[in-house]
Design a protein around this ligand. Sequence first.
Ligand SMILES: *Cc1c(COP(=O)(O)O)cnc(C)c1O
Length: 408
Amino acid sequence: MARVNDHYLKLAAGYLFPEITRRVNAFGEANPSADVIKLGIGDVVLPLSSAVGQAMHDAIDEMATSDGFRGYGPSEGYDFLREAIAENDFGSRGVRIDPSEIYASDGSKCDSANIQEIFAEEATLAVSDPVYPVYVDTNVMAGRTGDPDDGGRYGGIQYLPCTEESGFMPSLPDEPVDLIYLCSPNNPTGTVAPKEELLKWVDWARANDSIILFDAAYERFITEDLPHSIYEIEGARECAIEFRSFSKTAGFTGIRCAYIVIPKELQGKDSEGVSVPISQLWGRRTNTKFNGISYPVQRGAEAIYSEAGAKEVQANIDYYLANAALIKNGLSKAGFTTFGGVNAPYVWLKTPGGKDSWQFFDELLEKANVVGTPGSGFGSCGEGYFRLSAFGFREKVEEAIERITTGF
Ligand SMILES: *Cc1c(COP(=O)(O)O)cnc(C)c1O
């Protein structure tokens, strides 16, 4: 038999969402008439903007003509998309990003999962706790960690607690590390790092020769005066990579389009201590392992920057943010302690009565027939917390909140 990658076997602790599905299915079988409302998994529900749909149709029609046909495109994405991104997502906020520093992809899950492979096997890392599981699991698979302890923490990773006292901002690592994963607006806590906080991280990363891997998948949900990009912080071009996705921004979870930004200045070092531009390695990886995302998808993504597309995309974001406000205000009135939900589509709540996250999950499912996500599934500091997602239809969100506030 062929030898398998043993590191995968360390992941035995399992993945959060299959366990949720298992419990929801068991509940559904035992209670076939229950109308279960799901505010668990972070997936969008509203249809694509019609400007995006039209652009994709047009691109397909174009491809079905001999003049408009295109085969393989550039692995990093077409210039029209990279230029639109540079101008609209960065230039408009006074941030200088060159289109050549942008690499379009089929998702931030893949980007944030794949980025680790251009770093040394012995590269060290720090993650916040709670955390988006992808950052950790992909480093486990790559063999950068030991086995998990009883609390699910892997040896060799520095976990940075995000607690209520610190406003759910991660503390700085105790020791220097090569890679730091940060996510703002944060999934799962719904909190956003203010400028001073990011400045502290950029200074620390530069002083310690670390690279910040900054996941900004939810930047469109920011309503207050807070940074949308790590590159709004001086010095970040020398120490940070940024991930952006059209998934939550424009309902692309089923279409698939995202991008990663690697500034020209960003350097790593080889085993001899010689500087190597990170963009050189990522460019090489992209060209070896990827043939780009489809032309119609890239035209669809470009359309979110058109006048009509931008309006429609904003209307959907506003819809979700209004859901988040309903959840947050409803729960607060009912006496729950809540966080997030203002600049993010997630509300993070403290489980009442000292219940643990899974106890609250079961109780919410049984009493209110509402599904959320146990905070402990994102890390041990998530224990005693619970995530509710604003990605739902308004009527369902209203109904869920009504049930939670009357049933507890
Ligand atoms: C949803 C999400 C993404 C986006 O993933 P895609 O693969 O682009 O759909 C990235 N990071 C976080 C933290 C997310 O929650």
